[in-house]
Design a protein around this ligand. Structure first.
Ligand SMILES: Cc1cc2nc3c(=O)[nH]c(=O)nc-3n(C[C@H](O)[C@H](O)[C@H](O)COP(=O)(O)O)c2cc1C
Length: 422
């Protein structure tokens, strides 16, 4: 029987196992998670979301404190136009996060970074260019462009010495979006090496509107494959969103895809950056607990667990220390929603209903974004006598994808103590 292990993903001169673990910010797809996928011969992703914050937490740098101090005077000001990231500091933070991972890289796989256009940081093009340059300088193997059309992104790095050798891909949800990107690539004679086609069941932000449920990855992928064939484009097509078993993956590869991108099943691994108690929430979730809403300050729809602590919170906007979703004009949908929310009779701020401060709440792991199949995670592990679910490892989940037949999912070996009781 055919398994994912019967296929290889070829990008330029390099060959990988056909499993990409998608980028999950903020530091949900940690370096440990990405490096494990890479060691096993697949592709792992770092995320470029909030690298100054991630660097501070991991490497005891002080980027956030420094920025906060610089803009302390503005804390109570509704006008956030003055707040900018210092590009030198942003460069250093991204370089630190990337280089620390690149130094630890082992195996034949690829260490890529997911770079989001919607992370506008008060100066969209400048901050995007800075993050990309830092990742390239530090030796990242590949860049996956996400959360946006990236019409002008390639131009930002066209003079970088690694522009033609680094792997470049884009996440799209339609042929239309892909065409826009290809057009910008053609102008620079630099086409992407791969296109990730993300359907409506994915985690994180969705590339669809309110009618997301009307779309089906199984219908979008053939459209993209046809387009590639008709245009004679040699670009690997990689589907994502709801691919839960290795057999799901084989079905896409037999259609003409080159690999799969997966994420949800890795949210409950030891290497994933979510706190252990949050991973238990993911395991325990039922289908009714998973919602798609418009609470993200980016304006994109996002899928999350409906008991995410961020929902209905009312934290004061954190643009001075954080400010990752500020537009180039200094606006943020959460700032608007916060100041449009009144106080109760004791003068206390009411819950902010329309938006979430995703900077603050992602930094605290309070937005439990997840894929639609999160409710199936409980079927991928053992329930322990204390009622909790057994944590998995990247190696276990990766190999389960690689060798799964007939949609079967292999449960992990019970920990020694539980095995004796059983
Ligand atoms: C917890 C979580 C966080 C995510 N964060 C991001 C992100 O920051 N940027 C992005 O482009 N995609 C993000 N995604 C999407 C994944 O990279 C991936 O493409 C998708 O979830 C694959 O579908 P699956 O989760 O059903 O396997 C996230 C997914 C999850 C589950």
């Amino acid at each position: 029987m055919t398994t994912l292990n019967d296929f290889r993903l070829r990008l330029g001169a390099d060959e990988y196992l056909p499993i990409m673990v998608g980028g999950m910010g903020v530091d949900i797809s940690t370096a440990d998670l990405a490096l494990a996928a890479c060691r096993l011969g697949g592709i792992g992703h770092l995320s470029d979301a909030m690298t100054p914050w991630v660097s501070d937490r991991k490497f005891k740098t002080h980027f956030t404190k420094t920025k906060s101090g610089r803009y302390k005077f503005n804390r109570d000001n509704i006008d956030k136009t003055k707040i900018k990231f210092n590009l030198d500091e942003l460069y250093k933070a991204t370089a630190k996060v990337v280089s620390a991972a690149v130094e630890r890289k082992t195996g034949d796989g690829g260490l890529f970074i997911n770079v989001m256009e919607k992370l506008t940081m008060g100066a969209a093009a400048d901050t995007l260019g800075t993050r990309l340059k830092a990742a390239l300088d530090e030796g990242i193997d590949g860049i996956t462009l996400s959360a946006g059309l990236h019409n002008g992104t390639l131009k930002l790095i066209k003079d970088h010495p690694r522009f033609r050798d680094v792997k470049i891909g884009i996440i799209v949800s339609s042929v239309r979006a892909l065409k826009i990107f290809i057009r910008s690539g053609k102008k620079l004679d630099r086409l992407p090496d791969y296109a990730i086609v993300e359907g409506p069941l994915a985690g994180g932000h969705l590339g669809f509107g309110e009618d997301w449920a009307d779309y089906d990855l199984k219908k979008i992928v053939p459209e993209v494959l046809d387009y590639m064939r008709n245009e004679k484009l040699d670009i690997a097509v990689i589907p994502a969103g709801g691919i839960f078993t290795g057999t799901d993956g084989v079905e896409y590869i037999e259609m003409g895809c080159s690999a799969v991108q997966v994420a949800t099943r890795f949210t409950v691994t030891e290497e994933c950056g979510l706190p252990p108690q949050v991973k238990q929430q993911y395991f325990a979730a039922s289908e009714e607990d998973i919602v798609v809403n418009s609470l993200s300050a980016t304006g994109y729809l996002m899928r999350m667990l409906k008991n995410s602590p961020a929902i209905g919170a009312n934290i004061k906007p954190q643009c001075e220390p954080l400010g990752y979703t500020l537009s180039s004009k200094g606006t943020c949908l959460y700032v608007d929603a916060y100041y449009a929310t009144g106080n109760d009779k004791d003068g206390k701020k009411l819950p902010v209903k329309d938006k979430i401060c995703i900077c603050y709440h992602f930094s605290q792991h309070n937005v439990w974004t997840c894929g639609q199949n999160t409710y199936r995670l409980k079927d991928t592990t053992n329930k322990l006598p204390d009622g909790s679910y057994q944590m998995l490892t990247v190696e276990h989940v990766f190999n389960d994808y690689l060798y799964s037949e007939n949609h079967e999912i292999k449960l992990p070996e019970l920990p020694a103590a539980e095995a004796v009781q059983a």
